[in-house]
Design a protein around this ligand. Structure first.
Ligand code: AMP
Length: 282
């Protein structure tokens, strides 16, 4: 695996691979790798000749009061893990390489960014995501890009952006990878002290309680959200949001008929955590 710092070096490596007929799989990340990230890399490895992973803690998607400075960074460890998961190129640019002096463009995806994390973190968050992912697609020009369903809203934003900007890339959504006790893996889980780590399992229990309600035939939003909220309350967690929405466009739905996205965000101890599940009523 090669570690590459400049846009021009990534382009050259991709051009060379393409000239030999290679297909390109791409995994954008902010590093601090865990099994969730590695599952995306393995999926890309299984389907493509050249696997490019980007490691860039993107400053434009962090709000002024968020954790940009504290975000966990360990490039050496990440490089070893990426190589073991089958990456060929680790693109780890500096902020100045991605945002040189005079950088003046911002991509805003409307509608799907008004709710959930767009509402609680502010519109800048998804503008930052859409802008950096559009840049990365322009740099890497992959055939397919791999994203985690854990960030369900992010996938919708990226799909809409790629479609609207006619970027010819297949967006592949991969399943949420969890700890043995159900907590969704996240780079931010390192912020959890022992009591918070214990309480954090309530997010997954809340989703499971909603799934159980649907399995019993309780498919209304009231029943589903009530079951989930009870689990959060038992762990003394007040969610930033707990929403039942269409998985296609994030409009609110009043029942699981026949599918719905149940998504939650909550501050637990020092970490802001998100999780979700797709509920199916048939
Ligand atoms: P991040 O480094 O947090 O920006 O995440 C990079 C990619 O990994 C995104 O597409 C995330 O959705 C994905 N990801 C993060 N956590 C998980 C997880 N627990 N399971 C699957 N994918 C994940």
């Amino acid at each position: 695996m090669r570690i590459v710092r400049s846009v021009s070096d990534v382009r050259a490596a991709v051009r060379e691979a393409r000239a030999q007929g290679a297909t390109i799989g791409f995994v954008p990340t902010m590093g601090a790798f865990h099994e969730g990230h590695l599952s995306l890399m393995r999926a890309a490895r299984a389907a493509h000749d050249l696997v490019v992973v980007s490691l860039f803690v993107n400053p434009t998607q962090f709000g002024p009061s968020e954790d940009l400075a504290a975000y966990p960074r360990d490039e050496q460890r990440d490089a070893q893990l990426a190589e073991s998961a089958g990456a060929d190129i680790l693109f780890a640019p500096s902020p100045a390489e991605m945002y040189p002096d005079g950088f003046a463009t911002r991509i805003h995806v409307a509608a799907v960014t008004d709710v959930m994390c767009g509402a609680s973190r502010g519109p800048e968050h998804f503008d930052g995501v859409a802008t950096v992912v559009a840049k990365l697609f322009g740099i890497v020009a992959p055939d397919a890009a791999y994203f985690g369903q854990k960030d369900a809203q992010q996938i919708l934003v990226v799909r809409r952006m790629a479609r609207d900007l006619d970027i010819p890339v297949e967006i592949v959504a991969c399943p949420i990878v969890r700890e043995p006790d159900g907590l969704a893996m996240s780079s931010r889980n390192v912020y959890l002290d022992a009591p918070a780590r214990e309480r954090a399992t309530a997010l997954h229990r809340a989703l499971a309680a909603a799934e159980a309600a649907v399995a019993r035939g309780d498919v209304t939003a009231d029943a589903v959200l009530g079951a989930a909220r009870a689990e959060l309350a038992a762990a003394d967690i007040q969610p930033e949001y707990l929403d039942l929405r269409s998985p296609d466009d994030l409009t609110e739905v009043d029942a699981v008929a026949p599918v719905a996205l149940l998504a939650v965000a909550a501050r637990v101890g020092a970490a802001r955590l998100i999780d979700n599940t797709i509920l199916e009523s048939h």
